[in-house]
Ligand binder design. Structure first.
Ligand SMILES: Nc1nc(=O)c2c([nH]1)NC[C@@H]1CN(c3ccc(C(=O)N[C@@H](CCC(=O)O)C(=O)O)cc3)CN21
Ligand SMILES: O=c1ccn([C@H]2C[C@H](O)[C@@H](COP(=O)(O)O)O2)c(=O)[nH]1
Length: 326
């Protein structure tokens, strides 16, 4: 079996290395970047959990189920041993008036440059995660990332204070009005993204996967995502697997076959401290993609748990470590 889907992603990384411009960014890391790129993944050709570096399906699946539940508190992720959102909750904690520990200003960059600080940071972070897991009041205040994906997908608040369940509404529309050209879920709420990430803001980070649209033809369900900003080495591979999983779950719920995932990206970048890792990944040979099985007894996307998802035949190259830009 060929692995065209992963080749599409590797070609994209190579394209950025060959054509990107050097560009500064909010995190102070520096990037090589291109603007506007589109990839198409025909999901009938396999499930895109990539093989040129080991990637944890459990991390991706638990994050997606967290969005689908409408949850915005990292406690659920921590309960599933998922630490990919820790830094953004931790930031809110160490910048708060209640925090009295060592100064954690710019922890993301400092822990890369200063080993002593890194040890201090790791300890503070571990204490933080333990507290989110065990202390309800603390978790409610500091484990919550605010109005991020889960909120906007399931509980968007309108101008009169009513909640809109965009995900449920789009499912109803796909089932009853599949030719609609309005099958959209929008995570970009201008009111919430103003100042996002700053002290007292309504969201820890403005959404990167901003809006997605479904399309039904020939009994197949397709999905296109507009992603405004993409961390090519650490983020975009997760995003591809995550939206492919979403599409599988949506198709099952709506009794349709899976079609294409179309991924459109605005600022697509490789962080300067990921370049060597990207080159290493590009030098590796593609292997066959694994298969995804969903518990046949569960029809509704809202009933799916991690245990209902099985990946088989995943035989990747080893993982490649890289620092996350905060
Ligand atoms: N700079 C940046 N890139 C991102 O991709 C990103 C953000 N920030 N902020 C919000 C979320 C969090 N995401 C993340 C965060 C961490 C990893 C990461 O470090 N992945 C490692 C393994 C992590 C582990 O095993 O715990 C990897 O090798 O894939 C990936 C995506 C995606 N998003
Ligand atoms: O799902 C995600 C979430 C985040 N990212 C990346 C894209 C950027 O590198 C950062 C966000 O920084 P901004 O300055 O807000 O663009 O996170 C991703 O690739 N995928």
């Amino acid at each position: 079996m060929s692995n065209e889907l992963e080749k599409t992603y590797l070609d994209f990384m190579k394209y950025i290395l060959d054509n990107g411009v050097k560009k500064e960014d909010r995190t102070g890391t520096g990037t090589i970047s291109v603007f506007g790129y589109q990839m198409r993944f025909d999901l009938s050709k396999g499930f895109p959990l990539f093989t040129t570096k080991r990637t944890s399906f459990k991390l991706i699946a638990s994050e997606l189920l967290w969005f689908i539940k409408g949850d915005t508190n990292i406690r659920y992720l921590l309960q599933h041993n998922n630490h990919i959102w820790d830094e953004w909750a931790f930031k809110k904690w160490v910048e708060s008036d209640e925090y009295e520990g060592p100064d954690m200003t710019d922890f993301g960059l400092r822990c890369l440059e200063d080993e002593e600080f890194n040890l201090l940071y790791k300890k503070e972070m571990k204490d933080f995660c333990d507290r989110v897991l065990t202390d309800d009041e603390f978790a409610e205040k500091y484990g919550d990332l605010g109005n991020v994906y889960g909120k906007q997908w399931r509980r968007w608040t309108d101008s009169e204070g009513n909640e809109i369940d965009q995900l449920k509404d789009v499912i109803d529309q796909i089932k009853t009005n599949p030719d609609s050209r309005r099958l959209i879920v929008n995570a970009w709420n201008p009111e919430d993204v103003i100042n996002a990430g700053a002290k007292g803001s309504k969201a820890a980070l403005p959404p990167c996967h901003v809006m997605f649209q479904f399309y039904v033809a020939n009994n197949k369900l397709s999905c296109q995502l507009y992603q405004r900003s993409g961390d090519t080495f650490l983020g975009i591979n997760y995003n591809i697997t995550s939206y492919a999983l979403l599409l599988y779950l949506m198709a099952k719920e709506c009794n349709l076959e899976v079609g294409e995932f179309v991924h459109t990206i605005g600022d697509a970048h490789i962080y300067l401290n990921h370049v060597e890792q990207v080159q290493e990944q590009l030098s590796r040979e593609l292997r066959d993609l694994p298969t995804l099985t969903i518990n046949a007894d569960k029809q509704s996307i809202f009933d799916i748990e991690l245990e209902d998802l099985t990946i088989e035949g995943y035989n990747p190259h080893p993982s490649i470590k890289a620092p996350i830009a905060v």
